[in-house]
Design a protein around this ligand. Structure first.
Ligand code: NAD
Length: 270
């Protein structure tokens, strides 16, 4: 038994977790071995109370050179501040990076694009495999069902969520628009009062808020005589961490370039 364990351990690839003490970082570190990784680097910001704590086989540090030393891939769920400098380091060390950090500035996005010329990169607003699969299915559905099918998107999140509609709802709307070859001008956010007849081709998005809902999204295609509904429900954050680790495993065998979760899942390749 010990031999098998040892062999498996030897096969694990070195992973650096950036934002290691955060909600997502801790989950990524905990799930890493299931996806073929061992955490050998763990980065936090200078002054983090978590500095010096163990994280997998690593000790949490604010020294990026130390955290990235020997890493085969980096998974980042941190804050956007300082991302340009971190990207420069991923590039310098030639380390593929999976970026889950949101709210990245245009300058940061530009730095990621540039980095993708020399290293493999994935930056996704939602790493859930289910949501990314749904996005691909919606594009197909929207292409197959003409605009006699009215599209209504309904999302629900916990009461603490600050933005509406959710980024994921917008991403799903974009998939429908891609399938229909139409632009964002078809989107409508909520209805109130004497709205008149529903315009053909409108893509309406509605945001519900309450309780502790982690994230529900339903996309309805409603025509005369039938209705098709696609629903995704997130019950926690581990699906985001698992998706990011799958993306990390994917990147370790890829050439330089900007990849998406669709590439990881293998959908939308027709
Ligand atoms: P969090 O606040 O719990 O964790 C963020 C961690 O990053 C903290 O521990 C913080 O100290 C650390 N950090 C801040 N600046 C840093 C720096 N310069 N270097 C290293 N570490 C630094 O937040 P969270 O819920 O774990 O989310 C983190 C990020 O991931 C957010 O941007 C969030 O929106 C995003 N997120 C993305 C997805 C997705 O699927 N793409 C899912 C969930 C969260």
């Amino acid at each position: 038994m010990s031999k098998e364990k040892k062999m498996n351990k030897n096969e694990l690839l070195n992973l650096c977790v950036v934002g290691a003490a955060g909600r997502m970082g801790r989950l990524v570190a905990a799930l890493a071995p299931e996806y073929g990784f061992r955490v050998t680097g763990a980065l936090e910001f200078k002054g983090s109370p978590a500095l010096g704590e163990k994280c997998g086989e690593a000790v949490i540090t604010s020294d990026i050179d130390r955290a990235l030393s020997g890493a085969r891939v980096a998974v980042e769920f941190a804050l956007p501040e300082g991302i340009t400098e971190r990207i420069a380091k991923y590039r310098e060390y030639g380390i593929p990076c999976v970026i889950g950090t949101t709210g990245v500035s245009a300058e940061g996005e530009q730095a990621l694009k540039k980095a993708a010329e020399t290293i493999p990169v994935i930056h996704a607003a939602n790493f859930s495999l289910g949501v990314n699969l749904l996005a691909g299915l919606l594009k197909e559905a929207a292409a197959a069902l003409d605009d006699s099918y009215d599209v209504e998107i309904v999302e629900m999140h916990h009461r603490h969520k600050k933005d509406a509609p959710s980024g994921t709802a917008l991403m799903l709307a974009a998939s429908v628009e891609e399938g229909r070859s139409v632009g964002k001008d078809r989107e409508l956010y909520g209805r109130f009062g004497l709205t008149g007849e529903r315009p053909r081709g409108e893509i309406a998005i509605h945001a519900l808020r309450g309780g502790d809902v982690a994230g529900d999204h339903t996309v309805i295609f409603a025509a005369e005589g039938e209705r098709v509904e696609f629903t995704h429900k997130a019950s926690g954050r581990s699906n985001f961490a698992k998706g990011a680790l799958k993306a990390a495993a994917f990147l370790t065998s890829r050439k330089a370039g900007m990849y998406t979760m669709k590439d990881v899942i293998g959908i939308g390749k027709k």
